[in-house]
Design a protein around this ligand. Sequence first.
Ligand SMILES: Cc1cc2nc3c(=O)[nH]c(=O)nc-3n(C[C@H](O)[C@H](O)[C@H](O)COP(=O)(O)OP(=O)(O)OC[C@H]3O[C@@H](n4cnc5c(N)ncnc54)[C@H](O)[C@@H]3O)c2cc1C
Length: 522
Amino acid sequence: MSEQTRVLIVGAGLSGLSTAVFLGLHGTPSLVVERHESTSTHPKARGQQQHTMEALRLAGLEAAFTAASPKSQGFLLRIAESASGPVYREILHDTFLRLDHLTPAGSADVSQANAERILVDQARELGAEIRFATKLESFEQDESGVRALLSDVATGEQTTVRAQYLVAADGHRSPIRDQLEIGTHGRGTLGHGIQWLVRADLSSVVGDRQVMYYLQNPLLSGGTGVLASTDDPDRFVVGVGYDPQREGLADFTEQRSLEQIRLVTGVPELAVEILLADTTVSSMRIADRFSSGRVHLVGDAAHTMPPQGGMGGNTALMDGFYLAWKLAAVIRGEAGPGLLDSHDVERRPVAELIAENQYKNAIVRNMPHLAKPDDTPPIEDPGLLFFGYRHGGAIVREAGDDGELLEDPAQPTGRPGSRAPHVPLSTPDGELSTIDIFGRGFVLLTGSEAWAKNAEDVADNLRIRLRPYLIGGAVTGDWTGPYGVSADGAVLVRPDRFIAWRSKGAGTAVELEKALRTVLDR
Ligand SMILES: Cc1cc2nc3c(=O)[nH]c(=O)nc-3n(C[C@H](O)[C@H](O)[C@H](O)COP(=O)(O)OP(=O)(O)OC[C@H]3O[C@@H](n4cnc5c(N)ncnc54)[C@H](O)[C@@H]3O)c2cc1C
């Protein structure tokens, strides 16, 4: 049997599902195949930071994620000897991180298992087909597309799919990355762990809060441990280190496991039910290339990082957001194939930065044995990490811009390659953020009727999704400073809310069209 799809996505984890959701949002259907029978059953990565929530807000999922978050009274993020203390360092205390000066979006605290379920429903709603128990066996690509061989895991029945593009969202082992012979670089394997999912009443220790404890204690296996809440107030993820050269999961008998779990909690007689036990590997590896021909890598296939900092799952989800509009624009014929070269150019440096930062977090939080004398401290400003990275591919770089990767979003410059800043606007329909104007096509933000007319002319001429948004008259807001233009200037914002180009003052349709031709490889 043979079938066709525009985009074949392999893997129904956070990265594959978000690619399907955002492709759907841009009107491009996809087929997602997942070898397992369902989405993840383990809570795994937890938490959606504000940049991720901005993307989910665009997909109509902000309310669903907020509703699915545990209703707790605070969040504790601590480095300690055990969850009962002593505490070595308080990173967050009863604080849900707020970044209201940078974004209208809040954060959420949904586990990966629940996040994936929400994403599956929305991807289907937006036109994606999601096929579980279906495995990619092999693929080959040519000038015009990709031919993939799929098999039904239950029956072994094989199907051939012809797709225009293949998205490798197949996790940290990524057989697709291997078949493309793309190597990896980075810090490599950092440590091995035993992880339990447990049921226990820890209310006397954690109260009505979400917690993330990183533990340093010589009595713990490997001298290190973690305790993390899940969506269920009586279920926790507990982890300790171990040396795979000397022992394995079987050496963690029930009695030894219970001893270790009680040491982590600091409650000697705690009643514990172990629901799951498994080994984990903490590693930091970045693919040497994120694209090869018609195949693009997202999520853990492109970058694995230690979990300290919680950006692994968030970066996986955001990869789909950043890749989808480019795939959709090329498939619709609005952009040339060169636009997709920017996936590697833009996302790899960001992944390297974030993964390296999580590595530094790991050293500080619970892997001090990895410290070296010339280590620099991790970036701990969440605004900078979530909203400060710049993209340097599908933009028109300005003279004098050295392409620095990070810019403080609290001091925005409006330079192309930076995230379009959040500015509150008053409109006849009520208060609005600039963030809510962007997302479905290109937007030309301007205070000038002449630029608005230019945008309409260029949209017609290039036959692309571009619309002007005029600030002035009925819509007011202090936007020119943050965007670095005068009121008769204009700022071209990509569908992923990054600034592609700007004119600091008045200008012509020819200039705008030239900029779009550069950005879109036309
Ligand atoms: C136990 C555990 C706990 C974790 N905790 C945290 C945490 O606290 N914080 C954090 O940031 N990160 C954590 N992570 C990492 C986080 O889960 C990943 O960063 C995230 O899952 C990456 O999403 P992804 O979609 O790229 O990959 P995955 O979620 O790994 O999804 C890849 C999917 O591809 C499928 N697949 C692979 N090959 C094929 C094939 N040939 N055909 C069909 N399907 C295929 C797999 O079955 C899998 O479902 C944890 C991971 C684990 C395993």
